[in-house]
Design a protein around this ligand. Structure first.
Ligand SMILES: [Cu+2]
Length: 370
């Protein structure tokens, strides 16, 4: 009798494992076979069957390589959206500044020249740098004065999605564009290999309405001038651009797509993907273990947070990935704008004629602060 119960138990056990293992592959096997044919499942859901393991190493080997980056913090003209030109604070003239991308174990040297008319520093957000490289006056370094140069040097200690930004007069400097993406690639490869990778650095701006607050010579007063007097963020950007200036992401059916989300703004952004679910595979650079990776389609990215998410392009068409705080999908009160990212499948039909943007509520109505 006991033997019979044991036999039944073994059969049930095998059946259970079989159900778990089929048709998705052993969840613990970590093999690329974990990828399923998106054609087999309900559109938008193939991500449920994908096992993502980001490369992690207990001990990172020094690569012996030094990667040097030269950044000049300076004012520059920047176009947020067609015709919307501001005097931004930039690294090397762009918003965000150049992406710093290195491999675990690389020695990173960042030479910062301060060409601003105010003090600045760089803080490497999320990195495990030596204390003296953290860029935080008055604790770890003296402010870098206008005209001065400072060299940061450290080893890229762990893989992930990070950012860099000043840590002095931060609201003014960051809100006007002084920040950049910092990516450290793992020494162990990620599984599976991603077919496409995109990143979004989410920013928010306080800008005077067109035609107002012009400085002599027609120069737009930087948003900095109103910081502290008016907390109504009225322009929102993905990688320094507000929709419709945000370049489309092109994908093809079956692609496994990784997206790095970085929120450098002072606002929370519930980012919502249409037509697909995604899996959260890393938070603040730290990989999420496969069994803990949640599948969802709206992820709130708080100020200072980074997330890595993965979706499978299994639902052809033209989709949007946008902030669901809907004031953030406006350009100074006019929809559509701001944090709208278009994802277009190769071969998807061209967009119909753009609807006319309709003016909505004035952006600076009392009580309507974002
Ligand atoms: Cu938002």
């Amino acid at each position: 009798m006991t033997g019979r119960i044991l036999t039944i138990a073994i059969i049930l056990g095998i059946a259970f494992l079989g159900v778990r293992a089929w048709p998705w592959g052993m969840p613990w096997a970590g093999s690329p076979a974990a990828r399923s044919d998106p054609g087999d499942s309900v559109p938008g859901t193939a991500i449920n069957d994908l096992t993502v393991r980001l490369g992690t190493a207990k001990a990172v080997r020094p690569t012996g390589r030094t990667r040097e980056f030269t950044l000049a913090a300076r004012k520059a003209t920047w176009e947020l959206a067609p015709g919307k030109i501001v005097q931004a604070l930039t690294y090397n003239g762009t918003v965000p500044g150049p992406t710093i991308r290195v491999t675990e174990g690389d020695t990173v040297r960042v030479v910062l020249k301060n060409d601003l008319d105010q003090e600045t520093t760089i803080h490497f957000h999320g990195l495990h740098v030596p204390n003296s490289m953290d860029g935080v006056p008055p604790f770890t370094q003296a402010p870098i004065k206008p005209g001065e140069t400072f060299t940061y040097e450290f080893v890229a200690s762990h893989a992930g999605t990070f950012m860099y930004h000043p840590h002095i007069n931060s609201v003014e400097q960051i809100d006007n564009g002084l920040y950049g993406l910092f990516i450290i690639d793992p020494q162990q490869p990620d599984e599976p290999k991603f077919d496409r990778e995109f990143s979004m650095v989410l920013g928010a701006w306080i800008l005077p309405a067109d035609g107002q607050h012009q400085l002599p010579g027609g120069e737009m007063m930087p948003g900095a001038a109103v910081v502290g007097m008016n907390m109504n963020y009225n322009w929102f950007t993905i990688n320094g651009k507000a929709f419709p200036a945000t370049p489309e992401w092109i994908v093809k059916r079956g692609d496994v797509v990784r997206v790095r989300l970085v929120n450098i703004s002072n606002l929370a952004h519930p980012m919502h993907l249409h037509g697909h679910d995604f899996k959260v595979v890393a938070k603040d650079g730290e990989p999420v273990r496969p069994e803990l990776q949640q599948v969802m389609n709206t992820l709130t990215v708080n100020p200072g947070e980074t997330y890595d998410i993965v979706f499978i392009a299994d639902n052809p068409g033209v989709w949007v990935f946008h902030c669901h705080e809907l004031h953030h999908t406006e350009n100074d009160g006019v929809e559509p704008g701001g944090l709208v990212q278009v994802i277009r499948y190769e071969g998807a039909p061209a967009a119909p004629a753009q609807p006319q943007a309709t003016p909505t509520m004035p952006a600076r109505m009392p009580g309507m602060g974002h």
